[in-house]
Design a protein around this ligand. Sequence first.
Ligand SMILES: Cc1cc2nc3c(=O)[nH]c(=O)nc-3n(C[C@H](O)[C@H](O)[C@H](O)COP(=O)(O)O)c2cc1C
Length: 195
Amino acid sequence: MSASHILEFMHKRRSVMARHMLAPGPDAAALEQILTIAARVPDHGKLAPWRFVVVQGDDRATLGAVAQAAFVAGNGDAETSLQEAAAQQFLRAPCVIAVLARPVTHPKIPRSEQILSAGAVCMNLLMAAQAMGFAAQWLTGAAAYEPAVLARLGGQDGDEIAGFMYLGTAAEAPSERPRPALDEIVHLGLPEVAG
Ligand SMILES: Cc1cc2nc3c(=O)[nH]c(=O)nc-3n(C[C@H](O)[C@H](O)[C@H](O)COP(=O)(O)O)c2cc1C
Protein backbone atom coordinates (compact mmCIF):
# COMPACT_ATOMS: atom_id res chain seq x y z
CA MET A 1 0.00 0.00 0.00
CA SER A 2 1.39 3.41 -0.93
CA ALA A 3 1.77 6.26 1.54
CA SER A 4 -1.07 8.10 -0.19
CA HIS A 5 -3.39 5.13 0.36
CA ILE A 6 -2.47 5.03 4.04
CA LEU A 7 -3.10 8.75 4.39
CA GLU A 8 -6.41 8.49 2.56
CA PHE A 9 -7.47 5.67 4.88
CA MET A 10 -6.50 7.70 7.96
CA HIS A 11 -8.37 10.73 6.65
CA LYS A 12 -11.54 8.81 5.95
CA ARG A 13 -11.74 5.92 8.42
CA ARG A 14 -14.79 5.81 10.62
CA SER A 15 -16.01 3.66 13.45
CA VAL A 16 -19.22 1.69 13.04
CA MET A 17 -21.56 1.67 16.02
CA ALA A 18 -21.60 -1.69 17.76
CA ARG A 19 -25.35 -1.93 17.35
CA HIS A 20 -24.84 -1.82 13.58
CA MET A 21 -22.51 -4.81 13.58
CA LEU A 22 -23.18 -8.29 12.27
CA ALA A 23 -21.18 -11.50 11.96
CA PRO A 24 -18.64 -12.40 10.83
CA GLY A 25 -15.91 -11.04 13.01
CA PRO A 26 -12.25 -11.75 12.43
CA ASP A 27 -11.16 -15.38 12.09
CA ALA A 28 -8.10 -16.68 13.95
CA ALA A 29 -5.64 -15.46 11.31
CA ALA A 30 -7.19 -12.00 11.10
CA LEU A 31 -7.32 -11.80 14.88
CA GLU A 32 -3.64 -12.61 15.13
CA GLN A 33 -2.83 -9.87 12.63
CA ILE A 34 -5.00 -7.32 14.45
CA LEU A 35 -3.46 -8.15 17.84
CA THR A 36 0.08 -8.11 16.47
CA ILE A 37 -0.44 -4.63 15.02
CA ALA A 38 -2.25 -3.49 18.19
CA ALA A 39 0.80 -4.39 20.29
CA ARG A 40 3.16 -2.47 18.00
CA VAL A 41 2.91 0.84 19.83
CA PRO A 42 5.20 3.30 21.53
CA ASP A 43 5.85 1.91 25.00
CA HIS A 44 8.28 3.83 27.22
CA GLY A 45 10.65 1.36 28.85
CA LYS A 46 9.31 -1.60 26.83
CA LEU A 47 7.05 -2.53 29.71
CA ALA A 48 4.20 -3.91 27.56
CA PRO A 49 1.75 -2.56 30.17
CA TRP A 50 -1.35 -3.95 28.48
CA ARG A 51 -3.14 -7.23 27.95
CA PHE A 52 -5.87 -8.46 25.59
CA VAL A 53 -8.83 -10.66 26.41
CA VAL A 54 -10.69 -11.89 23.32
CA VAL A 55 -14.37 -12.34 24.14
CA GLN A 56 -16.37 -14.32 21.57
CA GLY A 57 -19.21 -16.83 21.44
CA ASP A 58 -20.75 -17.73 24.79
CA ASP A 59 -18.11 -15.75 26.69
CA ARG A 60 -19.94 -12.59 25.61
CA ALA A 61 -23.08 -13.58 27.53
CA THR A 62 -21.02 -14.79 30.49
CA LEU A 63 -19.28 -11.42 30.75
CA GLY A 64 -22.61 -9.66 30.19
CA ALA A 65 -24.13 -11.51 33.14
CA VAL A 66 -21.29 -10.24 35.34
CA ALA A 67 -21.86 -6.70 34.06
CA GLN A 68 -25.60 -7.00 34.68
CA ALA A 69 -25.14 -8.27 38.24
CA ALA A 70 -22.76 -5.40 38.98
CA PHE A 71 -25.13 -2.91 37.40
CA VAL A 72 -28.11 -4.17 39.40
CA ALA A 73 -26.07 -4.16 42.62
CA GLY A 74 -25.29 -0.48 42.07
CA ASN A 75 -28.63 0.56 40.56
CA GLY A 76 -31.26 -1.53 42.32
CA ASP A 77 -34.13 0.60 41.03
CA ALA A 78 -32.99 0.76 37.40
CA GLU A 79 -35.51 -0.02 34.65
CA THR A 80 -35.57 -3.61 33.41
CA SER A 81 -34.56 -2.44 29.93
CA LEU A 82 -31.33 -0.96 31.30
CA GLN A 83 -30.59 -4.15 33.20
CA GLU A 84 -31.13 -6.15 30.02
CA ALA A 85 -28.92 -3.78 28.05
CA ALA A 86 -26.15 -4.35 30.56
CA ALA A 87 -26.50 -8.11 30.10
CA GLN A 88 -26.58 -7.97 26.32
CA GLN A 89 -23.99 -5.31 25.60
CA PHE A 90 -21.25 -7.70 24.48
CA LEU A 91 -23.62 -9.55 22.16
CA ARG A 92 -23.78 -6.54 19.86
CA ALA A 93 -20.72 -7.75 17.93
CA PRO A 94 -19.33 -11.20 17.18
CA CYS A 95 -15.99 -10.32 18.75
CA VAL A 96 -15.10 -7.98 21.61
CA ILE A 97 -11.49 -7.48 22.63
CA ALA A 98 -11.03 -6.11 26.12
CA VAL A 99 -7.83 -4.10 26.32
CA LEU A 100 -6.50 -3.99 29.87
CA ALA A 101 -3.96 -1.40 30.91
CA ARG A 102 -1.59 -3.11 33.32
CA PRO A 103 0.70 -0.35 34.59
CA VAL A 104 3.64 -1.35 36.75
CA THR A 105 5.39 0.67 39.42
CA HIS A 106 8.53 2.04 37.81
CA PRO A 107 11.12 4.52 39.09
CA LYS A 108 11.13 6.60 35.87
CA ILE A 109 8.01 5.82 33.90
CA PRO A 110 4.84 7.22 35.39
CA ARG A 111 1.58 5.34 35.42
CA SER A 112 0.04 7.99 33.14
CA GLU A 113 2.49 7.14 30.35
CA GLN A 114 1.63 3.47 30.62
CA ILE A 115 -2.09 4.25 30.42
CA LEU A 116 -1.41 6.40 27.34
CA SER A 117 0.39 3.45 25.77
CA ALA A 118 -2.71 1.33 26.38
CA GLY A 119 -4.73 4.02 24.58
CA ALA A 120 -2.32 3.76 21.66
CA VAL A 121 -2.91 0.00 21.66
CA CYS A 122 -6.65 0.60 21.37
CA MET A 123 -6.21 3.03 18.48
CA ASN A 124 -3.82 0.71 16.62
CA LEU A 125 -6.25 -2.14 17.10
CA LEU A 126 -9.13 -0.03 15.80
CA MET A 127 -7.20 1.08 12.74
CA ALA A 128 -5.85 -2.38 11.95
CA ALA A 129 -9.35 -3.87 12.09
CA GLN A 130 -10.84 -1.05 10.01
CA ALA A 131 -8.02 -1.27 7.44
CA MET A 132 -8.82 -4.98 7.08
CA GLY A 133 -12.43 -4.09 6.32
CA PHE A 134 -14.01 -4.90 9.66
CA ALA A 135 -16.46 -2.69 11.45
CA ALA A 136 -14.89 -1.60 14.71
CA GLN A 137 -15.73 0.63 17.66
CA TRP A 138 -13.91 1.56 20.89
CA LEU A 139 -16.36 1.60 23.76
CA THR A 140 -16.18 1.64 27.52
CA GLY A 141 -19.53 2.26 29.22
CA ALA A 142 -20.23 1.61 32.89
CA ALA A 143 -19.03 -1.99 32.62
CA ALA A 144 -15.48 -0.79 32.05
CA TYR A 145 -15.49 0.68 35.55
CA GLU A 146 -17.01 -2.31 37.37
CA PRO A 147 -14.44 -4.18 39.47
CA ALA A 148 -16.36 -7.44 38.97
CA VAL A 149 -16.05 -7.12 35.19
CA LEU A 150 -12.33 -6.40 35.45
CA ALA A 151 -11.94 -9.41 37.75
CA ARG A 152 -13.80 -11.71 35.31
CA LEU A 153 -11.38 -10.58 32.61
CA GLY A 154 -8.47 -11.67 34.78
CA GLY A 155 -7.63 -8.13 35.80
CA GLN A 156 -5.15 -7.62 38.59
CA ASP A 157 -4.90 -4.90 41.24
CA GLY A 158 -4.12 -1.60 39.50
CA ASP A 159 -5.34 -2.75 36.09
CA GLU A 160 -7.81 -0.64 34.15
CA ILE A 161 -10.05 -1.47 31.24
CA ALA A 162 -8.80 0.83 28.48
CA GLY A 163 -11.53 -0.23 26.12
CA PHE A 164 -13.87 -2.84 24.81
CA MET A 165 -13.01 -3.05 21.14
CA TYR A 166 -16.06 -4.27 19.24
CA LEU A 167 -15.32 -5.97 15.92
CA GLY A 168 -17.68 -7.28 13.28
CA THR A 169 -19.10 -6.61 9.86
CA ALA A 170 -20.92 -3.36 9.12
CA ALA A 171 -24.66 -3.68 8.59
CA GLU A 172 -24.55 -0.22 7.03
CA ALA A 173 -21.80 2.20 6.13
CA PRO A 174 -21.38 5.01 8.66
CA SER A 175 -21.85 8.61 7.59
CA GLU A 176 -19.23 11.25 8.31
CA ARG A 177 -19.37 13.04 11.65
CA PRO A 178 -18.17 16.57 12.36
CA ARG A 179 -14.56 16.96 13.44
CA PRO A 180 -13.15 19.90 15.37
CA ALA A 181 -11.85 22.77 13.26
CA LEU A 182 -8.07 22.93 13.49
CA ASP A 183 -8.12 26.61 14.42
CA GLU A 184 -10.06 25.68 17.56
CA ILE A 185 -7.55 23.09 18.76
CA VAL A 186 -4.19 24.24 17.38
CA HIS A 187 -2.00 27.15 18.48
CA LEU A 188 0.77 27.85 15.99
CA GLY A 189 3.62 29.12 18.15
CA LEU A 190 3.65 29.68 21.88
CA PRO A 191 0.51 31.32 23.24
CA GLU A 192 0.62 34.62 25.11
CA VAL A 193 0.74 33.96 28.83
CA ALA A 194 0.42 36.41 31.68
CA GLY A 195 3.67 37.38 33.43
C1 LIG B 1 -11.86 5.61 25.70
C2 LIG B 1 -13.09 5.77 24.86
C3 LIG B 1 -14.29 5.26 25.32
C4 LIG B 1 -15.46 5.41 24.59
N1 LIG B 1 -16.62 4.90 25.06
C5 LIG B 1 -17.76 5.13 24.41
C6 LIG B 1 -18.99 4.66 24.93
O1 LIG B 1 -19.03 4.02 25.99
N2 LIG B 1 -20.11 4.94 24.24
C7 LIG B 1 -20.09 5.65 23.05
O2 LIG B 1 -21.13 5.88 22.47
N3 LIG B 1 -18.93 6.08 22.52
C8 LIG B 1 -17.77 5.85 23.17
N4 LIG B 1 -16.60 6.27 22.64
C9 LIG B 1 -16.61 7.02 21.36
C10 LIG B 1 -16.57 6.15 20.12
O3 LIG B 1 -15.58 5.17 20.13
C11 LIG B 1 -16.25 7.04 18.90
O4 LIG B 1 -16.28 8.39 19.21
C12 LIG B 1 -17.24 6.89 17.81
O5 LIG B 1 -17.45 5.54 17.54
C13 LIG B 1 -16.72 7.61 16.54
O6 LIG B 1 -15.42 7.20 16.23
P1 LIG B 1 -14.63 7.53 14.88
O7 LIG B 1 -14.11 8.90 15.04
O8 LIG B 1 -13.54 6.50 14.87
O9 LIG B 1 -15.56 7.38 13.73
C14 LIG B 1 -15.41 6.09 23.34
C15 LIG B 1 -14.18 6.58 22.87
C16 LIG B 1 -13.04 6.42 23.62
C17 LIG B 1 -11.73 6.97 23.08
